[in-house]
Design a protein around this ligand. Structure first.
Ligand code: 6PG
Length: 480
């Protein structure tokens, strides 16, 4: 039989809608693992690029009509879309529904808001199909070589896609960085929190960069060495690793390093903000994530910042501590703060698991974040142990081993904050990490005063420390 004829009769294992870099790379990754992969994109050049980039010997086809892709898939069909969140996802579902058969599995692999996913699961289920929200992390490179995959939803549908997802996911000590993460939109919820932690760690790293670069005057070569050293120790993580590399990247338009030519305005697609918003709805504080979102917003207000810098001339000063000493202190401060970021994210998942009835297995979340994803880090091994010993750990900071680590780093954390505030550097995420711990470990908080004020002006009542019940007082004016 001619090769063309064989291809014509082939039934494919997995279909992808949207052949941007992520979709294409994930599909090629599947093909590399022996699955027959087919992709659809309205842009015929993307369908062709898919075929052209396939590893020789693998079965990969690109088509430019959705109907053709659906026809060529083995049933139950497994179809993923990787398209921008929002309306495009609803549009794709609407065009798919008339083409699929009962039992087929439609997957949204993008960064959709979890409430949209909950709605879509219901809508699609009512029509007799499965719908799964799957978070995928690792960027373009990760999609090709092994991402971390965060699926949620119908366990029956998960079992059908599990072999493919396990094959393509990153591996840590032989185990695949994918697991069923709970009901409904749990996969997208976990990915949202992943991104919140991602925002927070990126903000922390930018603060360490500012202190070293502006406060200590380190050159890009010296910065590269510092982050390289950190990445070889207990701070080892993907985000530290790429930061190390960024300092050496030349600019192809000037003789400078690229990092020095990039405008200090950070964009955001919204997942960090969603994490903060949801944390407030659930009443679980994630202030390092909040501040990271706010600082991106503040970075965008470049013109106002320029005006303000002319108005407030106090400026910044050199950090007096010797470089070697300061680098060590800063490493501890970063380690301390990264633990706080994960603790806040995991505390949110703990609450969402019950309040949103998602039933999220926390040890599995930590296990699959150890490889492939943007927030993978050596310290996750310690957290994995903590959650394995106690899967219902409400906050990572309650784990004894984690507490010992945090306490061991706290002295240097305080030193860094002192240096930064004395010299005028805005280390908002580092400070927030410290304040969060100080508040979280406080048996006593001054909130009795807040309750008194609420009752004073609004009769909101208060509880007492010496007897049960709810009380109200007619507060007096004592202006003498
Ligand atoms: C990942 C990333 C990925 C994407 C973020 C960027 O895990 O692979 O999180 O999903 O890079 O959405 O988000 P912002 O554009 O909001 O920074």
């Amino acid at each position: 039989m001619a090769i063309l004829e064989i291809m014509e009769n082939t039934l494919y294992d997995f279909g992808m809608i949207g052949l941007g870099t992520m979709g294409r790379n994930l599909l090629l990754n599947m093909a590399d693992h022996g699955f027959k992969a087919i992709g659809f994109d309205l842009d015929a050049s993307k369908a062709k690029l898919l075929e052209d980039s396939a590893t020789p010997g693998t079965t990969v086809k690109g088509v430019s009509t959705l109907a053709e892709m659906v026809q060529k898939l083995a049933v139950p069909r497994k179809i993923m879309m990787l398209v921008p969140a929002g309306k495009p996802v609803d549009n794709v579902i609407a065009s798919l529904l008339p083409l699929v058969s009962p039992g087929d599995i439609i997957i949204d692999g993008g960064n959709s808001h979890y409430t949209d996913t909950i709605r879509r699961v219901e809508e699609v289920r009512a029509k007799g199909f499965h719908f799964m929200g799957i978070g995928i992390s690792g960027g373009e490179h990760g999609a090709r070589t092994g991402p971390s995959i965060m699926p949620g939803g119908d366990p029956e549908a998960y079992e059908k896609v599990r072999p493919i997802l396990e094959a393509v996911a990153a591996k840590v000590n032989g185990s695949a960085c994918v697991a069923h993460l709970g009901n409904g939109a749990a996969g997208h919820y976990v990915k949202m929190v992943h991104n919140g932690i991602e925002y927070a760690i990126m903000q922390l790293l930018s603060e360490t960069y500012q202190l070293l670069h502006m406060g200590k005057g380190l050159t890009n070569d010296e910065l590269h060495k510092v982050y390289k050293g950190w990445n070889e120790g207990d701070l080892q993580s993907f985000l530290v690793e790429i930061t190390r590399d960024i300092f050496l990247q030349p600019d192809d338009k000037t003789n400078n390093r690229l990092v020095d030519m990039i405008l200090d305005k950070a964009g955001a697609k919204g997942t960090g903000k969603w994490t903060s918003q949801d944390s407030m709805d659930l009443g679980i504080p994630v202030p390092v994530i909040d501040i990271a979102v706010s600082l991106r917003d503040l970075s965008a207000a470049k013109e106002e910042r320029v005006q303000a810098s002319a108005l407030y001339k106090s400026g910044t000063h050199e950090i007096a501590a010797p470089t070697e000493v300061f680098v060590t202190q800063l490493a501890d401060a970063l380690y301390f703060s990264m633990i706080i970021c994960y603790a806040q994210g995991m505390a949110l998942l703990y609450k969402a698991s019950t309040d949103l009835k998602m039933n999220i297995p926390l040890p599995e979340v930590v296990r699959i974040w150890r490889g492939g994803c943007i927030i993978r880090a050596a310290m996750l091994d310690i957290f994995y142990q903590a959650f394995t010993e106690n899967p219902k750990l409400a906050n990572l900071l309650l784990d004894k081993q984690v507490a010992t680590l945090v306490q061991g780093k706290k002295h240097n954390m305080v030193n860094v904050i002192m240096h930064a505030t004395q010299t005028g550097y805005p280390v908002a995420a580092l400070m927030t990490s410290l304040c969060y711990l100080e508040a979280y470990r406080s048996e006593f908080l001054p909130t009795n005063l807040i309750q008194a004020q609420r009752d004073y002006f609004g009769a909101h009542t208060y509880q007492r420390i010496d007897m049960p019940g709810v009380f109200h007082t007619e507060w007096g004016s004592f202006d003498n």
